[in-house]
Design a protein around this ligand. Structure first.
Ligand code: APR
Length: 248
C-alpha cells in the first residue's frame, strides 16, 4: 500500500488540473451513513418513497421529516480527516475542484473553496412551484412549510431520483472533468448517473484515475491506482507524502 500511496502522491503533486469526485463514502467516518452496501440507507428505506417527487407529493410530511432528520444529523457531525485532507491538497496543487454527490455540506464546512454540488445541499430549500428559495428556518416544524410567495410547498433543494441535475453545476462538472490531468474518485459506488460518467470522460481525455474506496466499485477495473481502505486514513497519508516532498 505504501508504494501505491507514493505513486498517488507523485501523480497528484505533478497534476495541473485535478478533479476529485466524492460520494457518501467520504462522509462515512463523520458518522453519516452511505446509501448502499450492508449498512446503507436504502437497505431499510425506500428511495422512491423518500427521495422522489412522487414520494413527496404522496406523503409530504413523511419526506419532510426525513430531510429534517438528515439536516440535523449532518449539522451534528463534523468533517473528517478526508474532508480536511482535501482542503490541504487544494492549497498544495494548482487547480483542484471537488465535485460531490453528497448533500451533507461537509466539504464546505471543512473549508474546500471550489465545490460543485451535483445533488444539491441539505441546507438549501426551494418552492415546489415558483422560484422562491429559502434556507432553514428554526420556526419550521415537522410539516413542510408553505411558500410565502405562492402558497405551494417548500421542498429540500436536493435532486431526487428521476429529476434533472442543476444545469450549471453539471455542465461545469463535465467540462472540468474532461480537462483534468488527474481524477481522484473517493467513496462512491459509481452506480448513479450522470455523476458516474465523470471519471470515464476524464479518462477518455487522457486523465489518470486514482480511486479510494473500502471495496471495489464500478470504476475499480478502470483506474490507474486503486487504494483500498478508508478515505479518512488514506487521503491524509497521500497529503503528508506530498507535503514531505515539497519541503525536501
Ligand atoms: N472510505 C472510502 N469509501 C467508503 C468508505 C470509507 N470510509 N465507506 C464506504 N465507502 C464506499 C463504499 O464502498 C461505496 O462504494 O463508499 C461508497 C458509497 O456508495 P453509495 O452508498 O452508493 O453512495 P454514493 O455512490 O455516493 O451514491 C450516489 O445515490 O442515493 C443516491 O443521491 C444519492 O448521492 C447519492 C447517490
Amino acid at each position: 500500500m505504501e508504494e501505491l500511496i507514493s505513486l498517488a502522491a507523485r501523480m497528484l503533486s505533478g497534476s495541473n488540473v485535478t478533479t476529485v469526485s466524492t460520494g457518501a463514502g467520504i462522509s462515512k467516518e463523520s458518522g453519516i451513513p452511505t446509501f448502499r452496501g450492508s449498512d446503507g440507507i436504502w437497505k431499510s428505506k425506500n428511495p422512491k418513497e423518500l427521495a422522489s417527487l412522487e414520494g413527496f407529493l404522496s406523503n409530504p410530511e413523511l419526506v419532510w421529516k426525513w430531510y429534517m432528520q438528515r439536516l440535523f444529523t449532518a449539522r451534528e457531525k463534523d468533517p473528517n480527516p478526508a474532508h480536511l485532507a482535501l482542503v490541504d491538497l487544494e492549497g498544495m496543487i494548482p487547480h483542484l475542484t471537488v465535485i460531490t454527490q453528497n448533500v451533507d455540506n461537509l466539504h464546505r464546512r471543512a473549508g474546500s473553496r471550489k465545490v460543485v454540488e451535483l445533488h444539491g445541499n441539505i441546507e438549501h430549500f426551494r418552492c415546489l412551484e415558483c422560484a422562491h428559495t429559502a434556507d432553514f428556518d428554526p420556526e419550521w416544524d415537522d410539516r413542510p412549510p408553505r411558500c410565502p410567495e405562492c402558497g405551494s410547498y417548500i421542498r429540500p433543494d436536493i435532486v431526487w431520483f428521476g429529476e434533472q441535475l442543476p444545469r450549471t453545476e453539471l455542465e461545469y462538472a463535465f467540462d472540468i472533468s474532461s480537462r483534468s490531468d488527474t481524477f481522484l474518485i473517493i467513496g462512491t459506488s459509481g452506480t448513479v448517473q450522470p455523476a458516474a460518467q465523470l471519471p470515464i470522460m476524464a479518462r477518455r481525455n487522457g486523465a489518470r484515475l486514482i480511486e479510494i474506496n473500502v471495496t471495489e466499485s464500478a470504476f475499480t477495473g478502470q483506474v490507474d491506482i486503486s487504494l483500498q481502505g478508508k478515505a479518512g486514513e488514506i487521503l491524509p497519508l497521500i497529503v503528508n507524502e506530498i507535503r514531505a516532498e515539497n519541503s525536501s
